[in-house]
Design a protein around this ligand. Structure first.
Ligand code: UFG
Length: 339
């Protein structure tokens, strides 16, 4: 299929581009480069052995989006583009609602005008909110989230569900990611946050490479085995394979909307991840225990059973693989793409 990948230069988008090409798809990237680096494209072309057409604009620009769909034909869209920092979303909520919703409206309008039926959307486990029982299952309701970022995901899931109800010929996949970490095993593409990393794995990687003094562990008094929060870390390579499987399933399913958790089904604590990363690096890493971070849930993990059954997909990589690959990328690219 000819697949438009929005946000294809970003962390998860770039890894998924490699998997889509390997599965035989023709990929076209649209990315504003607001939160990604143009240098990733050359790395992707080297990895895939393909020329990858890139359109550098923001999907909130409806005229440009419409022109792209008028000039080229696509069979499917995989939609990653969006703002994604939880803390920032509480400081500039309007930017998050405007950007994430407008980009999706613009994209789905263009799809509908040009007869493109298949869309894979990046949702998040954050839509389960604070009340959902573990493990998180796709049929849990009502969806809610504790941050404006998370609420954009809840809203977009709702918008897409309404669009599909009005036009049952559409096929939408809502993929609820747990905690994506790791990099392509080549170490040539990876996660390259713009400022101070918000997330645990990129922060740890920057401590290991000497860009940060130490990790602050946000609280060790949670009701978990070692007192630190537990998360379902999923290797970005497994996550990328999940997108290819979901896209394939959209071509055969009769359901206008499909929802799949992409996680391993296992929780790992902050301290367990720190120690796994220490094993990958081969030395101890400096950390200290700090206060809790507002909004963090003690524990989060998926029931990935539906994705296993319906996509024939399951994760293959361990937490040690996640750390080894992240360290290969970070040590080869200490300052990221522009280092
Ligand atoms: N943590 C630290 N120190 C840090 C960074 C993180 O101790 O410097 C801890 C957090 O407190 C948490 C765990 O590491 O316990 C994981 O934190 P991340 O920020 O890596 O991941 P989150 O689970 O908070 O965030 C993820 C996704 C978001 C999503 C959110 C919803 O990255 O997109 O889950 O729960 F919205």
């Amino acid at each position: 299929m000819r697949v438009l990948v929005s946000g294809g230069a970003g962390y998860i988008g770039s890894h998924t581009v490699v998997h889509l090409v390997a599965a035989g798809h023709d990929v076209v990237i649209v990315d504003s480069f607001a939160n990604s680096k143009p240098a990733v494209i050359g790395r992707l072309e080297a990895l895939t052995g393909r020329h990858l057409p890139v359109h550098a604009f923001d999907l909130t620009d409806r005229d440009k989006t419409e022109r792209l769909f008028g000039d080229e034909s696509f069979d499917a869209v995989v939609h990653f583009a969006g703002l994604k920092a939880v803390g920032e979303s509480a400081r500039i909520p309007l930017d998050y609602y405007e950007n994430n919703l407008d980009a999706t409206f613009s994209l789905v309008r263009a799809m509908r005008r040009h007869g493109v039926k298949l869309l894979v959307f990046s949702s998040s486990a954050t839509v389960y909110g604070e009340q959902a029982p573990l493990p998180y299952r796709e049929d849990y309701a009502p969806l809610q989230s504790s941050s404006p970022y998370g609420r954009t995901k809840v809203m977009i899931e709702q918008v897409l569900t309404d669009v599909a109800a009005a036009d049952p010929s559409m096929r939408f996949a809502l993929l609820r990611y747990f905690n994506p970490v790791g990099t392509h095993p080549s170490g040539t593409i990876g996660e390259d946050p713009q400022d101070i990393p918000n997330n645990l794995m990129p922060f740890l990687a920057q401590v290991a490479v000497g860009r940060r003094d130490k990790l602050i562990v946000f609280g060790d008094d949670y009701p978990t085995d070692d007192g630190t929060c537990e998360r379902d870390y999923i290797h970005v390579e497994d996550l990328a394979a999940g997108h290819v499987a979901a896209l394939g399933r959209l071509t055969t399913t009769n359901s206008p909307v499909s929802v799949w958790n992409l996680g391993t089904g296992r929780g790992t604590s902050v301290l367990e991840l720190v120690h796994a990363f220490e094993r990958a690096v081969g030395r101890e890493l400096p950390y200290e225990i700090g206060p809790r971070r507002p909004g963090d849930l003690p524990r989060s993990w998926a029931d990935p059973g539906r994705a296993h059954a319906e996509l024939g997909w399951s994760t293959t990589k361990s937490v040690d693989d996640m750390c080894a690959d992240t360290w290969r990328w970070q040590s080869a690219n200490p300052m990221g793409y522009e280092g």
